[in-house]
Design a binder for this molecule. Structure first.
Ligand code: PGA
Length: 267
């Protein structure tokens, strides 16, 4: 399928999803060391965005460190409430994340969908809440192994994204993460070609829902068992603009090497 891309306009984003790992003290040490590692490697931050997604209780500490040391590391929450305030025990509003200078927030991660029953409608409402509060939602979509067998590679993620984007105003600033559920934490990443085969129709859905300019500017990430050894292949694809990294984002050397994918052989 032809895509509406202008790749030069999209700065790659390497995003680390920490999940339920690292408390706020560990987060401070980790982000500090990550920043040193990237500095030692002379990473050019005009050419790449690096973001971490710590647990909520870490975010204030990360904000303080990033602000005080002016670290070139962005951050966001792993989830957001669809509500602004009120009787929603345990929820965190987009306004609270924005007040901590979060740039992004993950919505619709497959673990939220599976463990917390989040539907595409709920994910759409969360994405809309993020946009309303000036956050960039990182909208996660992806098929299970069963979906893949029954419906082929792109039908399920395309349908998920279509429903979610229907909740957003035209021109919304978003990131999309294509994460096949079968690839998450399995050590069995998709091939770059498989990822591209889904990313191209996802970009077409963005164009339909939010316009060609948004589609051309939106970063589509691949996620699912990304490592330093396979990142370069994904970033070579026309419609893949970065990665959402889980397990490997908790290892500083490995994550730092993923960020430096341009230095890897053959890129
Ligand atoms: P993984 O997780 O890199 O450990 O497969 C990816 C994710 O869940 O975002």
């Amino acid at each position: 399928m032809a895509s509406v891309t202008t790749p030069a306009a999209r700065i790659p984003l390497i995003a680390g999803n920490w999940k339920l790992n690292l408390d706020h003290l560990q987060a401070i040490a980790f982000v500090q060391k990550l920043a040193w590692s990237l500095k030692d490697a002379s990473v050019d931050f005009d050419g790449i965005d690096v973001a971490v997604f710590p647990p909520f209780t870490d975010i204030r500490s990360v904000q303080t460190l990033v602000g005080a040391d002016k670290l070139p590391i962005q951050y966001g929450g792993q989830d957001v409430s669809q509500h602004d305030s009120g009787a929603y025990t345990g929820e965190i509003s987009g306004a609270f994340l924005a007040a901590l200078d979060c740039r992004y927030v993950l919505v619709g991660h497959s673990e939220r969908r599976t463990l917390h029953g989040e539907t595409d409608e709920i994910v759409g409402a969360k994405a809309a809440a993020a946009v309303k509060h000036g956050l960039v939602p990182v909208i996660c979509v992806g098929e299970t192994a069963d979906d893949l067998e029954k419906h082929g590679p792109s039908a399920v993620p395309v349908a998920q994204l279509r429903t979610i984007l229907a909740a957003l105003p035209a021109g919304s600033d978003i990131v999309v993460a294509y994460e096949p559920v079968w690839a998450i934490g399995s050590g069995q990443a998709a091939t770059p070609d498989q990822a591209q085969q889904v990313a191209a129709p996802l970009r077409a859905v963005i164009a339909e829902a939010l316009g060609d300019d948004v589609a051309a500017a939106t970063r589509i990430l691949y996620g699912g068992s990304v490592k330093s050894g396979n990142i370069a292949g994904f970033l070579r694809e026309a419609d893949i603009d970065g990665a959402l990294v889980g397990g490997a984002s908790l290892d500083i050397d490995e994550f730092s090497s993923i960020v430096r994918f341009q230095k890897h052989v053959g890129v």
